[in-house]
Design a protein around this ligand. Structure first.
Ligand SMILES: Cc1cc2nc3c(=O)[nH]c(=O)nc-3n(C[C@H](O)[C@H](O)[C@H](O)COP(=O)(O)O)c2cc1C
Length: 201
């Protein structure tokens, strides 16, 4: 696809112990690989410096660890802040592209609930949610744990980090490649949308 349309993509994430940060970096790498994409990683504790950047973005990818079956409290603080900084200002994120990812220690760990929470959040802002777009990776006798989308999610990217391993080794490469895929896909969808708007305006 032509790279003539530059894209601005932000990854807003929280990570208490560094594992979800690895996933966020992978999403950013994937977006960067789409070419002509300005990618910014925004940890939620620095978001106050980045509200203008987020308002300018074509796409925002949301990521949080799953804590007690939902997005971490720190990420929820960010979500709630957008009521005032984004929603009440006239819907500054309306018609932007959105997607999400989460990481937790258990295989399921109720990650689906977090992805659903992120998708509903994006919908409240009138954003266009992009799904993962990969088939389940490890669902038959010939597949392995090394395959992308090994957790079989459709709504977004999932990662699993063993509770006794640090972010130097967890989440494993398959989950980081899954996150890279999501980043690249979101950038491409954003470009298609920007190009399409230019074509019909
Ligand atoms: C308060 C808390 C709650 C957690 N709840 C869950 C959970 O519901 N499901 C799960 O699989 N793991 C759970 N975990 C494990 C984390 O999701 C896991 O350690 C993850 O890799 C942390 O990511 P981070 O390093 O980016 O914070 C929990 C961890 C903490 C600290």
């Amino acid at each position: 696809m032509s790279h003539d349309f530059p894209i601005r993509l932000a990854v807003v994430y929280h990570s208490g112990y560094g594992h979800t940060a690895r996933q966020a970096q992978a999403v950013a790498r994937g977006a960067d690989a789409a070419g002509n994409v300005e990618v910014t990683l925004v940890p939620v504790d620095e978001v106050d410096q980045h509200w203008d950047l987020l308002a300018q973005a074509d796409a925002i990818v949301f990521g949080a660890p799953t804590y007690m079956g939902s997005a971490s409290a720190q990420f929820k603080v960010f979500m709630d802040a957008t009521s005032r900084t984004v929603f009440a200002k006239g819907g500054l994120w309306h018609d932007k592209v959105a997607a999400g990812f989460t990481n937790s220690a258990a295989r399921s760990g109720d990650k689906l609930h977090t992805l659903q929470q992120l998708a509903v959040f994006a919908a409240q802002h009138g954003m266009h949610w992009v799904n993962l777009g990969l088939p389940p990776g490890h669902n038959n006798s010939k597949s392995t744990e090394d395959m992308v989308n090994r957790h079989g999610f459709f709504l977004g990217a999932a990662a699993q980090s063993n509770a006794d391993e640090g972010p130097d080794v967890a989440p494993p490469p398959a989950d980081l490649l899954t996150a890279e895929h999501l980043g690249r896909r979101v950038a491409m969808v954003a470009r298609q949308l920007v190009a399409g708007r230019a074509a019909v305006s």
